[in-house]
Design a binder for this molecule. Structure first.
Ligand code: TXA
Ligand code: MG
Length: 344
């Protein structure tokens, strides 16, 4: 039986948080909101609890988990911190940034997929922070979805995927950012590799570290036998049930294509607010205004999930720009579409 706790996102009820923290301390699994997406949490120092996460999600055990701390300085309890970590922490924590560090022995191999590194993140969401603090331990948490479906940005997405498979779900409302955290690996005192783009953008990282490179596995497909720096990048992700096709080209050409598709195909469309008046409302999901990348990020995963319930053969969406937050959107969409792009 999965328990449901509904809390206020900004000032969560202390007693409910205590009950959820007790479940974590007892080796249980609790889903909780963060500013990025919902996480599925377990005590990060408990090898058996971490294994339950993989079972509940149906996740391959070589795909390591992120550990969540409530204060940036707590990283030192679980990992070897470096000056570059401290600079990134001052600039971006608490917030949507995850840093890969060399792990200490309190973190069991079942959390890190056998790697000698661990991913560390200090979320800014008050519910996440309260839960970590009340648990008195770091919380290992991947996104709280079944492996292969989009990350959950609302408690009902977690319920849909994991009801009956975990101990509790804390409902703290919708996630503000809607895309998973930025992940960087530190390769020197002043350099990092961007493994997964998120709301802490490439340009923002470059303000703090002199050398930031994009992992070549970021948006491209891996060649055979290639070992990705971030194991999660090798798995198919965020895929809706119907194939997703991304459209690129002049605004007017893309709109004409979509209008024609609505007449001749069974399709769903993720469109911009500016286009809703020119398209038929059936199977039409507005993800935000054309220039509003934050709104598009916040609504993308929920929109992809909605298409799963539709009787359609194909989903169309716009290919986003790769600037700023666009890089994170681009990365999630291009992977959900398995690189299928139509140039008009
Ligand atoms: O925003 C987020 O990061 C959310 C919330 C819940 O915090 N969490 C999340 O976790 O997205 P997950 O498990 O869905 O994605 C974690 C990614 C995976 O791609 C994994 O391979 C990578 O982080 N990762 C974890 N530990 C790593 C390590 N030691 N080295 C390289 N990559 C690592
Ligand atoms: Mg995930």
């Amino acid at each position: 039986m999965t328990q449901f706790f509904t809390v206020d996102a900004l000032s969560p009820d202390k007693e409910l948080i205590q009950r959820a923290a007790k479940l974590i301390q007892d080796g249980g699994l609790v889903a909780f909101p963060t500013e990025t997406v919902y996480g599925l949490g377990a005590n990060a120092t408990d090898a058996e609890a971490a294994k339950k996460i993989y079972a509940a999600k149906g996740r391959p055990s070589d795909n390591p988990l992120i550990i969540h701390i409530s204060r940036p300085e707590d990283a030192a309890l679980y990992a070897e911190v470096t000056p570059a970590y401290e600079r990134l922490a001052r600039a971006f924590m608490p917030g949507p940034l995850t840093v890969i560090l060399k792990k200490k022995s309190v973190i069991p191999p079942s959390v890190t997929g056998g790697l000698d590194t661990v991913a560390v993140r200090c979320p800014s969401h008050p519910v996440a922070r309260a839960l970590i603090e009340a648990s008195g331990t770091a919380i290992a948490a991947p996104s709280a979805n079944r492996s292969g479906s989009p990350s959950p940005t609302a408690a009902q997405h977690v319920r849909h995927d994991l009801d009956g498979r975990i101990d509790a779900i804390i409902d703290g409302g919708a996630c503000e950012i809607g895309l998973e955290s930025t992940i960087v690996a530190l390769t020197g005192d002043d350099e990092a590799v961007l493994l997964r783009p998120g709301a802490v953008t490439y340009d923002a990282l470059c303000c703090v570290l002199s050398h930031v490179t994009l992992s070549h596995t970021l948006n491209g497909a891996l060649s055979e036998n290639e070992r990705p720096l971030s194991p999660g990048m090798k798995y198919k992700h965020y895929a809706p049930s119907a194939p997703l096709v991304l459209l690129d080209g002049e605004e007017s050409a893309v709109l004409r294509y979509l209008q024609n598709a609505q007449r001749t195909e069974r399709c769903a469309i993720l469109c911009y607010a500016e286009e809703t008046d020119s398209l038929s409302p059936e199977h039409l999901l507005c993800v935000g205004a054309r220039e509003d990348l934050a709104a598009q990020s916040a609504s993308l995963f929920a929109a992809l999930r909605q298409t799963d319930g539709m009787n359609i053969d194909v989903v169309y969406a716009h290919l986003p720009t790769q600037d700023g937050l666009g890089l994170a959107l681009y990365n999630r969409l291009i992977r959900a579409a398995a690189h299928t792009v139509k140039y008009l």
